[in-house]
Design a protein around this ligand. Structure first.
Ligand code: PLP
Ligand code: SF4
Length: 342
């Protein structure tokens, strides 16, 4: 029998027409794909048009604007083999799938995630050669797409693959799936993580942007993740119209902390084509972040991070001295100017 979570993926809504029927309203046609599991769509529907869920996942005309960049963070410059990005010395991104449990309308990879299919055999061969020649890589970060879309067998298969390199000690999973398809966190998945943790140190970074995403069902899934050996963290994208109010973020980070999930990164939005309507200024972000510092215990506060365009790096972007952004970021040996839309 197909597992419930796989059924959710197979029966997900993929067309504007189907969506219009279920929501009983006109939906914008965009240049980007649509993918929403039905169970999650029911949650969107019951929260309604003004909810953070609706705004994050239902297509909007604003996506057809030509402003913004195709690869806003420039990480494709660091593609070392198909599906493998190595930008920082000790850790690398592994992208085993382009599929996500949902299409986030603000996605920073929204212009890249729709047309390629990788030949896995070929990919692993070139990744294998690359890793053998780079013993400084200690951590593999599974991303995508969303790695929890892979079956447990596939995850174990990749675990086996990476276990051939002695220098790889850490596996990390970046995922939105526990929020969108909580049934994915099955007993079998917990077993899978525990299998992997016999060889690797495992961490899971859960992507969640708003307290409305954490209903009782999701809370159950997040709690059951604690029966695995993984260390749990969260990542949040700051988004205009979704969570750019300190109160929303404060509630979210308190909730995550109470679920023993450490808020890790608060990402400044990337300037992605098709997602520029979610962009807010660094100055506004800094003001919000200061509110977090005043209202949350230090350990509940994530780092506020900007991914510098053109593939430079991630940098902490909060500035205690001044909220106004000068337009320049000083890295080790160069000053980089960042243009923000006015
Ligand atoms: C964000 C990112 C990582 C992970 O960075 P951490 O600071 O360790 O979370 C690794 N590689 C690339 C290319 C990234 O963009
Ligand atoms: S889960 Fe991440 S990669 Fe997938 S659509 Fe959402 S933001 Fe993009």
């Amino acid at each position: 029998m197909t597992q419930p979570w796989l059924q959710e993926i197979q029966s997900a809504i993929k067309s504007v027409q189907e969506l219009e029927i279920i929501l009983d309203q006109k939906i914008s046609t965009t240049n980007y794909p649509l993918f929403i599991p039905k169970n999650f769509l029911n949650k969107i529907k019951s929260l309604g048009k003004n909810s953070s869920l609706y705004q994050q996942f239902i297509p909007s005309d604003l996506e057809n604007s030509i402003a913004g960049h195709l690869d806003p963070i420039g990480d494709m410059k660091h593609l070392k083999a198909p599906g493998f990005i190595h930008r920082y010395k000790n850790r690398a991104l592994f992208m085993p799938t382009e599929i996500c449990p949902i299409n986030c309308r603000y996605c920073f990879r929204k212009n890249e995630l729709q047309n390629e299919t990788f030949d896995l055999g070929f990919k692993l061969e070139s990744i294998k050669n690359y890793i053998f020649n780079h013993p400084e890589i200690e951590e593999i970060i599974f991303t995508g797409g969303d790695p929890l879309i892979l079956t447990d067998e596939k995850l174990l298969f990749f675990g086996e693959f990476f276990s051939q390199f002695k220098h790889i000690q850490y596996l990390r999973f970046h995922t939105r799936t526990p929020i969108i398809i909580p049934s994915r966190i099955s007993l079998n998945f917990i077993d899978t993580i525990n299998q992997l943790s016999k060889r690797f140190f495992i961490s899971i970074m859960i992507h969640t942007n708003h307290i409305e995403e954490i209903d009782l069902e999701v809370e159950g899934a997040l709690k059951s993740l604690h029966s695995s050996n993984a260390l749990l963290f969260s990542q949040t994208v700051l988004l205009k119209g979704i969570n750019n109010h300190p109160d929303d973020l404060i509630t979210l980070f308190k909730k995550l902390s109470s679920l023993k999930i450490k808020p890790y990164y608060l990402h400044h939005p990337d300037q992605v084509k098709g997602g520029m309507h979610f962009y807010l200024s660094i100055e506004e972000g800094r003001k919000i972040y200061r509110e977090l510092q005043e209202n949350l215990s230090g350990w509940m506060i994530p780092q506020y991070i900007l991914d510098i365009p053109e593939g430079f790096s991630k940098v902490p972007i909060f500035n205690a001295e001044n909220s106004v952004f000068s337009g320049n970021i000083q890295l080790k040996n160069q000053s980089i100017s960042i243009k923000e839309p006015i």
